[in-house]
Design a protein around this ligand. Structure first.
Ligand SMILES: Nc1ncnc2c1ncn2[C@@H]1O[C@H](COP(=O)(O)OP(=O)(O)OP(=O)(O)O)[C@@H](O)[C@H]1O
Ligand SMILES: [Mg+2]
Length: 457
């Protein structure tokens, strides 16, 4: 299926959400009456789930490490799958419960925002479904549960743009630090939920269809993830996007250890690469067009250097051995970032997209307009590349343009902060260095997961 077609399918999904929330309501908050949070039994009232919430909040967290996550797949048997489902049924409600509580703890006026209220109602629903799910004791029951889990993951696919919109509207009621803190922890929680859910879905799928299960995968982790292939895949998606929104696109050059592989979660790598490439492509094309080169002048390429971890990191004697990282530098000649903007590029919602074309922005951290309006975050290539059934479910990695039916290249101001969260998630780093007036370098270091099994997630 072509990527763009998938984007349109998701576009429908957005409308579905809008419809869902147009009926009337019975939540305690007056806002809910105004804004139409659905009143079906699926959307529980705060009072209804309060006791359950308190119960799950009292459960001690079972610290999640990668080894825990991987252990259910090594070896993959009916017993290990049932152990996995038990883990999902105890941890996912606890994590959903955390989200509900932290959303409920927001300033009242922020909770009244229709977008924030919608997110909260969705989390209450998800929490109730999983927290009250009966025990799963057979593969048949697991198959039913997995279908439900996939539906739940899908239903939350648009959470981040919805939250982005909500917090954009509430920016005057919370400090940027408060917003950043809230979003960082909300998004980390979400990454963890997805990782647990996806891991279980992938394992269930692998046990049902052993012939299709890729040997190099243990659930969502790919033992030999190849950055070059991922760059090619994300690059071709971003190229389409760039041509569609800006009318041109630079080439990508790949150097260094081009054949390097490492153990990682491919969808995370894909997210980061897509966001960084979108930024570099946009900067390169805009700068090139601004300076009106003659048509024979080539557009400078985006140049990516891949570096495998130095071999000695694994052989070191001192204990514990130094962690190994796969590193990448993504370099463009798109003019870089001005000194004045540099401090803000990692803030949620900071974007320069659409500034020139719309005078109506409240301030320059508002959500862009003009050619970038209705932008959607996300690396989109995952959806076109389901070599492993469940991968495409990582919904927020799916670019969905609300107005155009396809993603555009920039506009929400979420690409950098989210990419950095993803890179740091397993202990990696994400740094941006600007050579103002010339171009930018992004340094991404990703922890090699085969030697990071016991870091808590
Ligand atoms: N490679 C780059 N060259 C020049 N400026 C950049 C580059 N990468 C990011 N920026 C600047 O940082 C801002 C924030 O980037 P970020 O990716 O977070 O948001 P965005 O690209 O505007 O929107 P989106 O949410 O779609 O990614 C951009 O608007 C741009 O001004
Ligand atoms: Mg961006």
């Amino acid at each position: 299926m072509s990527k763009l077609r998938v984007l349109r399918v998701n576009y429908k999904h957005v409308h579905h959400h809008v419809r869902l929330f147009s009926s009337s309501t019975s939540l305690k908050r007056p806002a809910s009456q105004l804004f139409g949070i659905p009143s079906s039994p699926e959307y529980p009232s705060p009072a209804e789930i309060a006791p359950l919430l308190a119960e799950f909040a009292s459960h001690p967290p079972k610290p999640l490490t990668l080894s825990t996550l991987l252990s259910f797949g090594k070896p993959l048997t009916q017993e290990s799958l049932l152990a996995s489902v038990n883990y999902v049924l105890s941890e996912v409600p606890r994590l959903f419960g955390q989200r509900v509580r932290s959303l409920e703890a927001l300033p009242f006026i922020v909770g009244m925002n229709p977008f924030v209220a919608r997110i909260l109602a969705g989390y209450r629903r998800a929490f109730k479904i999983i927290a009250t799910y009966p025990p799963v004791t057979s593969l048949e029951e697991n198959a039913r549960f997995t279908t439900q889990l996939e539906a739940l993951v899908q239903a939350h696919a648009n959470d981040i743009p919805t939250m982005a919109k909500g917090f954009q509207e509430c920016s005057r009621y919370m400090t940027p630090e408060e917003i950043t803190q809230f979003l960082d922890s909300a998004i980390r929680n979400r990454i963890t939920v997805r990782l647990i859910a996806e891991q279980h879905i992938a394992l269930s799928h692998a046990l049902q269809h052993p012939e299709q299960a890729a040997k190099a995968h243990i659930g969502v982790v790919h033992i030999a993830c190849k950055p070059k292939d991922m760059i090619r895949m994300c690059g071709s998606f971003v190229q389409e996007l760039s041509e569609a929104s800006l009318g041109a696109s630079p080439k990508i050059e790949i150097g260094g250890d081009v054949d390097a592989t490492f153990a990682y979660v491919p969808v995370h790598l894909e997210y980061i690469l897509t966001e960084v490439l979108k930024n570099s492509f946009r900067a390169t094309v805009e700068r090139y067009q601004r300076f009106k080169h003659s048509s024979s002048d080539p557009m400078p390429p985006v140049s990516i250097t891949i570096v495998s971890p130095p071999p000695h990191t694994k052989l070191q004697l001192p204990n514990p051995p130094r962690p190994a990282f796969l590193a990448m530098r993504i370099r463009d000649e798109g003019g870089g970032v001005s000194e004045a903007n540099m401090a803000r590029i990692f803030s949620y919602s900071f974007t320069t997209a659409g500034r020139n074309s719309s005078g109506s922005l409240e301030d320059d951290s508002g959500g862009g307009g003009g050619p970038y309006a209705a932008q959607h975050i996300g690396g989109s290539a995952a959806i076109g590349n389901s070599d492993q059934g469940a991968v495409g479910l990582f919904g927020e990695m799916t670019g969905r343009g609300v107005q155009t039916g396809m993603g555009t290249i920039a506009g929400l101001g979420y690409g950098l902060p989210l990419s950095r969260l993803y890179a740091r998630y397993f202990g990696g780093s994400f740094d941006f260095v600007s050579l103002d007036g010339w171009g930018s370098d992004v340094f991404v270091k990703l922890r090699c997961l085969d030697d990071a099994k016991d870091i808590p997630l």
